[in-house]
Design a binder for this molecule. Structure first.
Ligand code: SAM
Length: 304
């Protein structure tokens, strides 16, 4: 347990009321918190849903040192293997609260934040091999440009990648911020800060392979949820949401055949229905209290 713990416990989980409403009809059994973080969702579910047996995962080792509960230190793409190894054949539901936690962002030593100086790390699990320093200081220019463009659509990706390569070695988050700033030149301050935010987010997504993680985990977990159970996803940017939406659309589709064909030949099996087809947004009140919630959206599907 370390001294950061108080910081962990004071954070509010995002869209708690909406999550509670979505899981209120979940059948009893194992409910998975795939992204324990600082445990707000976990504690909320524990208090309000005594019929659910909670099982929590997080890839960040620091989370384990800061938690009262037993957290399993695995990536969520490894949860289904964990189930197989532990003879768990069905769950009542699962909650994913994607992205980085406020605690990770606030700790400058983790290198996620562009507001405080720190080492170029950005690994959610400090035992992972590649960190942001390796990417920024040793990847080829075209690869850095691809990372920036593919993970945030950054329009200045080529120019920024070129300037990163010519400014090496870049030792810290503030040095990286300065390279990005000088690369885009004199601009409106909001544009500058959004560009820096996009670049940091792109490196973070790459370092943690975040988009593949979501895709792999959802594709595996769909087979473990019992009838009337739920998959609930909180996303924070459009790339996360796009993956969730595509997979949820697949899970809720009954037939892929052309409408002109009278008999179904695709033999697709619909596994889920949408709880609500449209994504759900946090309330204005929540956003006013917790700015991190402003980019959140919730989607969920229910197993047939
Ligand atoms: C937004 S925070 C979760 C906050 C949490 N719901 C709460 O109420 O305190 C996201 C957490 O997910 C973890 N995480 C991100 N990607 C992960 C992955 N692929 N597998 C497991 N944990 C992951 C991060 O380490 C972080 O602690």
């Amino acid at each position: 347990m370390n001294e950061n713990r108080v910081g962990y416990l004071e954070h509010e989980g995002v869209m708690i009321t909406e999550v509670n409403s979505v899981i209120s009809s979940t059948p009893p059994g194992i409910f998975v918190d795939a992204t324990y973080g600082y445990g707000s969702h976990f504690r909320n579910i524990e208090q309000n849903f005594p019929d659910l047996d909670l099982l929590a995962f997080d890839r960040d080792i620091e989370v384990l040192n800061n938690s009262y509960s037993n957290i399993i230190n695995l990536k969520f793409s490894q949860i289904s293997n964990y189930f197989i190894d532990n003879n768990i054949d069905s769950i009542s539901g699962i909650l994913y609260d994607f992205g980085v936690s406020s605690h990770q962002l606030d700790n400058h030593l983790r290198g996620f934040s562009y507001s405080n100086d720190g080492p170029l790390d950005m690994r959610m699990n400090q035992n992972d091999d590649t960190n942001a320093y390796d990417v920024v200081n040793s990847f080829e220019e075209y690869k850095i440009a691809d990372i920036l463009f593919q993970n945030s659509g950054e329009k200045n990706s080529r120019r920024i990648a070129k300037d990163i390569v010519s400014s090496r070695p870049i030792e810290s988050t503030q040095e990286l911020v300065n390279v990005i700033k000088s690369s885009i030149g004199k601009q409106n301050p909001k544009y500058i800060s959004q560009t820096i935010k996009r670049c940091f987010q792109s490196f973070r997504i790459y370092v943690n392979d975040e988009l593949n993680e979501i895709q792999e985990s959802l594709n595996q977990i769909k087979n473990f949820v019992k009838s009337n159970g739920v998959i609930v996803c909180l996303t924070y940017h459009s790339l996360e949401d796009k993956i969730v939406k595509r997979i949820f659309n697949e899970l809720t589709t009954s037939c892929y055949c052309d409408v002109s064909i009278p008999v179904c030949t695709c033999k697709n099996e619909q596994l889920y229905v949408y709880g609500k087809k449209k994504k759900i947004y946090p309330s204005d009140l929540e956003i006013s209290k917790n700015p991190r919630a402003s980019s959140a959206t919730l989607r969920y599907v229910i197993k047939l």
